[in-house]
Design a protein around this ligand. Sequence first.
Ligand code: HEC
Length: 652
Amino acid sequence: MDSLLIAARAVHFAATISVAGVFAFLCFVIRAEAPVPLARRLRWLAVASLALAALSGAAWLVLLSARISGEGFTAALTRGAAATVLLHTRFGTVWSLRAGLAAALAVLLALPARWRGKGWRWVGLALGAALLGLLGWAGHGGATPGRPGELHLAGDIVHLLAAGAWVGALVPLALALAETGEAEPGGGAAGTGQIRALVWRFSVLAAVSVGFLLAGGIVNTWFLAGTVPALIGTLYGRLLLAKITLFVAMVAFGSVNLLRMSPRLAPAAARDAGPLRAALGHLRRNALVEAVLAALVIGLVATLGILPPGLHSEPGWPLPFRIELALLSPPAVAVLALAAALAATFAVAAAASAAAGHYRRAAIAGSGLALCALVAALVLRPAAQPAYPTSFYAPAEPYAAASVAHGARLYAENCALCHGRDGKGDGPAAASLPRRPADLTAPHLFAHTPGDLFWWVSHGKGGVMPGFAPVMNPADRWDVINFIRARAAGILSRTLGAQVTRAIAPRVPDFAFETGHTQHTLDRLLSHGPVLVVLFTGPPPPARLAQLQALRARFATAGPALLILDLDPGGAAPEAAGMARVEPRAAAILPLFRSPADGGETDLLLDRAGEVRARWTAASAGGPVAASALTVATEQIRELPPAAESHAGHVH
Ligand code: HEC
């Protein structure tokens, strides 16, 4: 079923692009009325493409309806699923509109030449472009919500229209070149002048379109793949890379046409019929090769459209290493950026020289490119980290109190024997092991991605630690990882003080709490801005509570929200004093972010990402948090560079 849908989509894309392309060719390349035999062929091309577009569009609708309704192909037709999709979905609305446009185009093409107005080609172009551009609403772009969705959709539409102008005009170009080859065997001067102008105008159209294709493609890739792991680790990303490779090959053939073949049509060269005809034949063949490559690209596009985009599936990392750019020093990053810029310049120069037939120059530029690659590899070496197929998995269990609390129990049962109850690597079995178990509380833990940890917990490490995949299901493994990360985060947070940290900041797991009778979560509170979490281990002194109330009032309009909690399981939080009641699981894990030496109160200032940026305690020199310190810290948080939003880590 899916392969039929892919086929219908591919044919429909190709046919629609061809319709728009014929009119783009008439308007931008031929510009005048085409000579009669060519006009007749182009018209047939447009009619055939339009008919194919109508048939494949109908097939697409029916197959999609069958897929959505889960019924068979015939049921989709007879039980009205197709009608439902047509009448009640956005896809259906777009399809109805496009059916109207196709009908208008059919009428335009059926009109005898003498009835068509002068501007008929432009009318056809407008209708064809609308028919093509509306396809953007049937893709992923139409499904991205909000403002980014508008950008994504705009990117898609630009991409489609540019494809129509360039790819769609390739077959008309080949037809025009064949026509000239037949009509002018002797190569009349006027004929070659015309064909030269025609090839030139096509090249301009193609170059402009390639620019727009690139722009739209980059926007699209950002939205759908977004990260390197998603690009090389998912089926979606790999097909996208294949598409980009084919695109580069198409541009290469186009450049050969522009830089090497069209000069051979120059008047001096054209006096001789033989070379001229050879050059025309070459041009035509290259145009057809480009069209075939384009057909392959369209097949990939048709497949990509029904796959979940790369960002929405787990990237299986194929390489034994990954690059951690954060490990590079600023000068190294500068060198890398320079090498990348130089490499891009060399690459363009090498490609252009090769296309124009200047092989020596191409070789020199190629050597420059290789040199840049060598420098980049040397600079990147220290940033290479071992990686595993799961390195870029996003945790399947959210980093939240329930998961961490469950993970703590699993840890005690499975890991404490070697790693120790507190994770220091000093469990009862540690001494008898040939390798010392790792200290899981060191900040070093954060040098590994959650996916790295998942790999080790699943498959073991160093020949000493066993893999737990046979005895723990994946959710349990993620729970235990969330726990060891939360514990290491808590220990790391104890090193912080009133000065806002810019280094990697430990994140507090999400948890639920209650004020009055309303349920809230930390994450929802954080979505409004920074939060000051105040932890007490028993009923807070009334005087301190009054201070905190004053603090809350003072920061009510701008500044962090205050979340005041009593972690004592028996403690009854006095709600009247603005305290919240915390869920028991959270009361059990939040002490990870305290130390017994803190005294009765620990204050954690969290940035919007839930990371602890500053910390005060009842026992610290300046005492617990006060208004002046909080003002300074809030200001410093505001000046932090926005947290690099992990694209791949987002959870739905
Ligand atoms: C039989 C003893 C043993 C048990 C049980 C064990 N580990 Fe380990 N673990 C080790 C040893 C030894 C190493 C160090 C391996 C090395 O140096 O390559 C290690 C390394 C690790 C590392 C790598 C840390 C780093 O920074 O390199 C993680 C994470 C880890 N263990 C987590 C766990 C978890 C979670 C459990 C329980 C589900 C567990 N281990 C159970 C012995 C054990």
